[in-house]
Write a protein that binds this ligand. Structure first.
Ligand code: SAM
Length: 232
């Protein structure tokens, strides 16, 4: 279960809202049950349920089982959001693969502009995916940016890669890039990046990467890149 209400000095924790609902009314756990808690920053504990009310649960921390540590490399997926459930799928899989952050992009041919409500729902999907796969560090959602703003923000700190059907072989994209170097991987909308947007990225030093002969949907391209980057 995910909670930020953890008091390590007193060895107690509390679950509220959707996490309390999951524990009390979906899993129907009783006092004395053992659970794992995580704080979203990489820390996790073994804990026991000590008390419940209709809307909250009290726990006693037993043992810390994971400690926050810096990830080996930060991987940001800059993506022009695909429509409807496809974005939810992308967020779930990116969480499982260990992507650090999603940077929603506004591009010339973008058709989806996720508002705050949509991002809140995606955050719930991401937390559920963390619980399912045992990830203790949350994936973050950056504020939506134009492609130009994104390049400006990340060029100095990240190695930029842009998925483009005329790019280089993806397998070679990580050769010579230090394993600790942060990466930003950009995926275009269903209509693709415009020539100007591709040029903007290339002029900023981005490496164009191809994912094979077939044209993949945005979310398939994003997850292919994420898998290669996290396993590289
Ligand atoms: N007609 C568009 C084009 O030619 O760019 C297709 C866009 S595709 C549905 C959406 C995004 O996924 C692209 O902008 C690109 O970033 C990525 N993508 C899809 N297939 C790819 C491939 N084979 N190689 C590299 N990137 C790809």
């Amino acid at each position: 279960f995910y909670t930020t209400s953890i008091d390590t000095e007193n060895g107690t924790a509390r679950l509220e809202e959707s996490e309390a609902h999951h524990l009390l009314h979906v899993m129907r756990l009783k006092t004395g049950s053992e659970v794992h808690l995580f704080d979203g920053n990489g820390n996790a504990w073994r804990a026991f349920l000590t008390g419940t009310s209709r809307r909250s649960a009290e726990l006693r921390l037993e043992e810390q089982i994971a400690k926050a540590s810096l990830p080996t490399r930060e991987i940001v997926l800059a993506v022009a959001p695909p429509k409807g459930d496809r974005f939810r799928w992308l967020v779930e899989k990116a969480t499982e693969l260990g992507v650090s952050a999603i940077q929603p992009l506004k591009t010339e041919r973008s058709v989806v502009d996720p508002g705050a409500g949509k991002i809140d729902k995606l955050r719930q999907t991401m937390i559920a995916a963390c619980k399912q796969c045992g990830r203790n560090q949350l994936m973050t959602f950056a504020q939506q940016q134009t492609w130009e703003e994104c390049i400006q923000e990340y060029t100095a700190s990240h190695h930029l890669l842009i998925a483009h059907p005329h790019g280089h072989n993806l397998r070679e994209a990580f050769i010579g890039v230090e394993p600790t170097r942060s990466l930003l991987i950009a995926i275009g909308p269903e209509g693709g990046f415009t020539e100007e947007e591709v040029s903007l990225a290339l002029n900023a030093g981005a490496a164009p990467i191809s994912l094979g002969q077939n044209i993949l949907r945005t979310e398939t391209a994003a997850i292919t890149c994420a898998a290669m980057a996290t396993l590289a």
